[in-house]
Design a protein around this ligand. Structure first.
Ligand SMILES: Nc1ncnc2c1ncn2[C@@H]1O[C@H](COP(=O)(O)OP(=O)(O)OP(=O)(O)O)[C@@H](O)[C@H]1O
Ligand SMILES: [Zn+2]
Length: 480
């Protein structure tokens, strides 16, 4: 079985053939840091974290880029609100860039708390204005962009000049909605979208940069095209993001990059949305649950499991009770590893320990629900091997569980050391007492004192210790 992914551009599942042999280059859209994250944002980052981990597990050298959109209408509006006369928030008179930095950090803290690895590069839009100018100039020179027909100082992409426009979402230009980012009088077509937005009266001067078309700031779509090109090159493997970004954001990214002669991404992967009572979880709707809310209710391990357990393309409708179910499920896995460590089993693993079925289903468009089914089956088998004292059978199963949880990014959030140490000490003490009684029973049997042997077995049984006699001697476990 080879690695395959569902490509939303072609609406087919395709074999993954790296653009650069042995490598995988992944760009996924990060946050507009206008406010604190909700769990939809975190799910998106988590999906691509698991994807990167899986590509690495499959032996590829992985480069990931997740941008930070740190200049945007919404950031300016939220900053402006902090200057209002009746503003009583925690951060009065906060400049737009200070607000953006502050929320970028809140996003970073949420990612870190859930064990989402930092990407290889996390470029900020404001740090890449020269690259954006260069790309706009290329598009103008190629006849695919033009300065606004009015005096707004905007520059637009000319959708009618690019016959492939609409290919990502399979739409005809005539059926598309207008781009709402400027006065249509300055455009050749109302669907033309902004590559550069001229500075407007009332906006802070710090939020604009000089350019050949006058002072202004970049359009959102352009940022991603310029930064993907800079960090991953003209042709890379996977472009990701939430399903909500397919149109217009990704359609426009694709148009800009291909019209400027780049091949861009081989695959488009879109994560399904987190919804609340069937509606997209979104700041503008106000139906959000923050990662901090969830972390107050459950451990990071359980939150990560909860947000990561569905197939990445499916909708995840938030229900507080499912957080409890997720906690119980992942803690069953954790307690197996704690018991295994307590019984003196090694938790290290290598690639070969991960079950073939787990590999097969993960290779098949990252089928995490089926991978979790394999994980839980292995946990059950490992528990039964452990409780029958069969360490030889338990060891590879335990290594498999450790490997699977590690690849999914769960192992790092488990509390194995503290718990395992306590458990190990208790287990050793109990084992010493049980072994002593078992030795007395063996001696009684040797002496054919069946009454004493039975009494010793009954004492163990009354204490909840079940003894199994086998060819290799007696094994014991605690009755569950
Ligand atoms: N409810 C959600 N479920 C899953 N992914 C989401 C959700 N909301 C946003 N995302 C994804 O998170 C990433 C960062 O999103 P961005 O900052 O653009 O948020 P947004 O869509 O503006 O959020 P909001 O609608 O709450 O304002 C994008 O890949 C986006 O698709
Ligand atoms: Zn983007």
């Amino acid at each position: 079985m080879t690695l395959r992914f569902y490509d939303t551009a072609s609406a087919t599942t395709k074999d993954f053939v790296p653009v650069h042999p042995g490598e995988a280059r992944l760009y996924y859209c990060g946050a507009t840091v206008q406010g604190a994250p909700h769990i939809g944002h975190v799910r998106s980052a988590l999906v691509f974290d698991v994807l990167a981990r899986w590509l690495r597990f499959r032996g590829l050298e992985v480069t990931t880029v997740r941008n930070v959109t740190d200049i945007d209408d919404k950031i300016l509006v939220n900053s402006r609100a902090s200057f209002a006369a009746d503003y009583s928030g925690e951060h009065p008179r906060e400049q737009w860039w200070a607000l953006a930095y502050r929320f970028e950090r809140v996003f970073g803290q949420a990612y870190a708390a859930l064990g989402i690895d930092p990407p290889s590069y996390e470029p900020r839009a404001t740090g890449h204005v020269p690259e954006m100018h260069a790309l706009i100039q290329e598009l103008i020179d190629a006849g695919h962009a033009y300065p606004a027909l009015d005096d707004s100082g905007d520059v637009y992409f000319d959708v009618r000049s690019w016959p492939r426009y609409g290919e990502l979402t399979r739409q005809r230009v005539a059926d598309m909605q207008d781009a709402p980012d400027a006065d249509p009088r300055g455009k050749r077509d109302p669907r033309d979208f902004a590559l550069w937005k001229g500075h407007k009266e009332g906006e802070p001067l710090t939020a604009s940069w000089d350019s050949p078309w006058g002072r202004g700031r970049p359009g959102w779509h352009l940022e991603c095209s310029a930064m993907a090109d800079k960090y991953l090159g003209a042709h890379f493997d996977i472009h990701g993001g939430g399903l909500d970004l397919r149109f217009p954001h990704h359609e426009n990214e694709l148009a800009q990059s291909t019209a400027a002669g780049r091949e861009f991404a081989n695959f488009w992967l879109h994560n399904g949305l987190v919804t609340y009572q069937g509606e997209k979880m979104s700041k503008s709707i106000g139906n959000t649950v923050s990662p901090q809310d969830m972390l107050r209710a459950a451990r990071p391990l359980a939150v990560r499991y909860y947000l990561g357990q569905a197939h990445y393309r499916s909708v995840l409708d938030y229900r507080p009770t499912s957080l409890q179910e997720a906690t119980a499920a992942v803690e069953r896995v954790e307690s197996l590893l704690v018991s295994a460590a307590g019984a003196g089993l090694d938790l290290t693993w290598t690639t070969g320990d991960v079950p073939a079925e787990f590999v097969t289903v993960m290779d098949d468009d990252l089928n995490v629900p089926r991978a979790l089914a394999v994980l839980h089956e292995t946990v059950r088998a490992a528990n039964s091997a452990l409780s029958s004292g069969d360490h030889r059978a338990a060891r590879p199963l335990v290594a498999a569980v450790a490997g699977m949880t590690d690849v999914l990014g769960l192992l790092q959030l488990m509390d194995l050391r503290g718990a395992a140490n306590d458990d190990a000490a208790e287990h050793r003490a109990l084992d010493a007492l049980v072994q002593d009684l078992l030795a007395q029973r063996a001696a009684a049997r040797e002496a054919r004192d069946w009454a004493l042997a039975d009494r010793l077995r009954d004492r163990l049984k009354a204490a909840g210790v079940v003894v199994k006699d086998g060819a290799q001697g007696s094994a014991w476990s605690v009755e569950s």
